[in-house]
Design a protein around this ligand. Structure first.
Ligand code: PGA
Length: 252
């Protein structure tokens, strides 16, 4: 059966000490009150990874990066490889976030390469997909998400899909305060699960965790997470304050 996940995406926030303090507060809370209904993942900037890895001692807490290079190693100034991420103790990497797609021009072919190299290095991938506002208004959102998944992910084998978490993040809801309604989220999540079913069959589809992301906060998490095909959230802004992030985990 698929697991529930709440993942915090810190983006480019928190200096080293602030990041460690946040990780420690979250860890301390879950030591005293273990998260029983979901896995909790902190996706930090690269520089925090190794230190946060040794901070996270509570059961059910995991670590992830927010990106990795599409190449294995070599003369790629400024890049961080999947093997380097893995060597810090991180288990996950977010790939295909809309900010990477739009600001850094990462397309489906490049993302497919990154997914493969991340999996080859033993990382699990949180693969993001989602439409921009104009695409939703033009009722192209299903088509857009289908293409992102087909070109970015669906070259994988069924076995490899076991290490994939899908995050549906409507771009118009990211950091805007606008949230997809629980019904809009469920509609897309069940569409995504249907695509996985078509490609890989029912057992892979049933086992694939699909997260919602986009202005998820303590006040709306419980309602969104209550939908049958929503298996948790990818949390941006609200992951930067321990009490908000913990409240979202507790929404399960
Ligand atoms: P947000 O970001 O929660 O701040 O909207 C979510 C994300 O981009 O992963």
């Amino acid at each position: 059966m698929r697991k529930n996940i709440v993942a915090g995406n810190w983006k480019m926030n928190k200096n080293f000490q602030e990041g460690l303090d946040l990780a420690k507060s979250i860890n301390n809370y879950f030591i005293s009150k273990p998260a029983e209904k979901s896995e909790v993942i902190l996706c930090t900037p690269f520089i925090h990874l190794q230190s946060v890895a040794s901070t996270l001692t509570a059961k059910g807490l995991s670590l992830g990066a927010q990106n990795c290079a599409s190449e294995a190693a070599g003369a790629y100034t400024g890049e961080v490889s999947a093997a380097m991420v893995k060597s810090t103790g991180a288990e996950y990497v977010i790939l295909g976030h809309s900010e990477r797609r739009s600001y850094y021009h990462e397309d489906d072919a490049l993302l497919n390469k990154k997914v493969n190299i991340a999996l080859a290095n033993g990382l699990k991938v949180i693969f993001c997909c989602g439409e921009v506002k104009e695409e939703r208004v033009a009722e192209k959102h299903f088509e857009v998400v289908k293409k992102q998944l087909t070109d970015g992910l669906f070259t994988l084998s069924s076995d490899e899909m076991k290490n994939i978490v899908i995050a549906y993040e409507p771009v118009w809801a990211i950091g805007t305060g606008l949230t997809a309604s629980p019904e809009q989220a469920e509609e897309m999540h069940s569409f995504i699960r249907g695509l996985v079913n078509e490609k890989y069959g029912k057992s892979v589809a049933d086992d694939t965790t699909i997260l919602y992301g986009g202005s998820c906060k303590p006040s709306n998490a419980a309602e969104i997470f209550s939908k049958p095909d929503v298996d948790g959230g990818l949390i941006g802004g609200a992951a930067l304050k321990a009490e908000d992030f913990i409240a979202i985990v507790e929404a399960f």
